[in-house]
Design a protein around this ligand. Structure first.
Ligand code: SAM
Length: 440
């Protein structure tokens, strides 16, 4: 029996898994911290300072020894000051995941995200930057945080109904008006369509140039069974089976304009999701990277060359830039996108392996890893190889904090750190850290 057992509510009381909780500060993952009889409960669907009836996710009788429980707010008994009517009704309790802060006022979302980011940096032991100054900024011209998502993955159930998965659930839930998705994705009206048997997911893309794209995904999906509805207009359409990508309309790519630059991206390949993200992050990289004319740069986790193009223009024709990307298709497209810049080349490789194999150094590096971050080995390699500056673009603050703390120990310091709300109505944060060698 656990030492806490005599302080636990009875099995009968916990049977329906309902607790009344007063909610405190934010935690990572979009939840908030409450306490129940000394135990931490991470609660979703609430705001700091409110009292809620919450349903525990797991059966607490089976989790008596767990250090914490997880719960979802069902009813608000006393609303917090940050609560507003949800911008997406279908994202509430038992609704779709991916909009877990839709019931929180947008300025408060950014304040809470700033608190989370600051706390992660503090806990990781970051010391070279005034952490309390880091505030999550809105994307330019984003007044309401709506219609920003240009990449949406829909889920499809066994009956062909199209929706999105619930939070920590495999159930496919209706999307309703889907207010976070870009207009041209909403116009596809996928939520009203019945997908052919064998469809498991649908990727919809709203690029900044050219038609939208729909890719139906299903291991055993028969491309001949797909009837393209009128609502898809002139969208490109493809089917991805276990064996191949079958093109029904279009060439399997989409086109993105960023200022004067154009990029071709695979229809299911990575591109920054917020409609203003590519331009905003390119601008920030442009002003912070400061690659020397005639110098050298590495664009690590380079995708289709978004930041490689910025670095290549900075170093000019006498310099050199290598875009390193692990996905073969993205790397091929990067080579095509950067073809007009002969100082740019591409490498298809694991970034850490590639950097480990370099003998000489490099003037500047921009890196933009996936959520698991660069890792301490790569940060150590970069600490030794880079002569002037590292710009670290991150979509996951916990791994960014870990990596910043690691490179600080190797004689580097944070010269600038900005954070952006590129995923409104969710807890996700995009950050850009500029690193320079510590003087002396
Ligand atoms: C967050 S995206 C950034 C892409 C690009 N910088 C952009 O903004 O469009 C991360 C990229 O890293 C690639 N990637 C993930 N792990 C990798 C690894 N270990 N080595 C090389 N590339 C990797 C992914 O395929 C993806 O294209």
């Amino acid at each position: 029996m656990s030492p806490d057992a005599d302080r636990m509510p009875s099995d009968a009381a916990l049977g329906d898994r309902l607790l009344t909780l007063t909610v405190g500060p934010p935690a990572a993952g979009g939840t908030f911290v409450a306490r129940h009889e000394g135990r931490v409960v991470f609660v979703r669907g609430t705001t700091p300072g409110e009292t809620v009836t919450a349903r525990l996710l797991e059966d607490p009788r089976e989790k008596r020894d767990a250090r914490f429980w997880r719960a979802e707010a069902l009813d608000v008994l006393e609303a917090g000051v940050d609560r507003v009517p949800s911008v997406w009704e279908e994202a509430g309790v038992d609704g779709v995941g991916g909009a877990e802060w839709a019931h929180i006022a947008l300025p408060a979302q950014r304040r809470i995200a700033s608190e989370v980011l600051q706390e992660l940096l503090r806990r990781a032991g970051v010391t070279s930057y005034p952490i309390e100054q880091v505030q999550v900024e809105p994307a330019p011209h984003d007044a309401d945080g709506l219609a920003w998502r240009t990449r949406v993955r829909y889920a499809v159930d066994a009956e062909g109904r199209v929706g999105m998965r619930g939070w920590r659930s495999h159930a496919v839930r209706p999307v309703g008006e889907d207010p976070l998705s870009a207009q041209s994705i909403r116009e596809l009206r996928l939520g009203e369509w019945t997908a052919p048997t064998g469809t498991e997911a649908i990727d919809a893309v709203a690029p900044s140039a050219g038609p939208a794209s729909v890719v139906l995904i299903g291991r055993e999906l028969d491309p001949d069974a797909v009837r393209i509805p009128e609502t898809w207009g002139d969208a490109d359409v493809a089917v991805r089976t276990a064996r191949e990508l079958v093109l029904l309309r279009g060439d399997g790519t989409v086109h993105e304009r960023v200022g004067e630059r154009m990029f071709t991206v695979g229809a299911t390949g990575f591109w920054q999701s917020h409609r203003r993200a590519a331009e905003l992050l390119s601008d920030v990289v442009e002003t912070t990277l400061r690659a020397p004319h005639g110098g050298s740069a590495w664009d690590l986790y380079g995708g289709v060359g978004l930041f490689g193009a910025v670095a290549a223009e900075q170093v000019g024709p006498d310099g050199s830039v290598v875009t390193v990307e692990g996905n073969r298709r993205a790397s091929q497209l990067a080579a095509e996108n950067l073809e007009h810049l002969p100082q740019a080349s591409t490498a298809t490789a694991d970034v850490t392996d590639w950097v480990r194999a370099r003998r000489g150094g490099v003037d500047v590096v921009v890196l933009d890893p996936p959520r698991n971050g660069a890792g301490t080995e790569l940060m150590g390699l970069l600490a030794r190889a880079v002569r002037q500056r590292i710009v670290y673009v991150s979509c996951e603050p916990s791994t960014l904090a870990r990596d910043l703390a690691a490179i600080e120990k190797q004689g580097w310091q944070i010269a600038d750190l900005r954070a952006f709300d590129l995923f409104p109505h969710t807890h996700h944060i995009e950050s850009v850290a500029v690193l320079e060698r510590t003087a002396g």
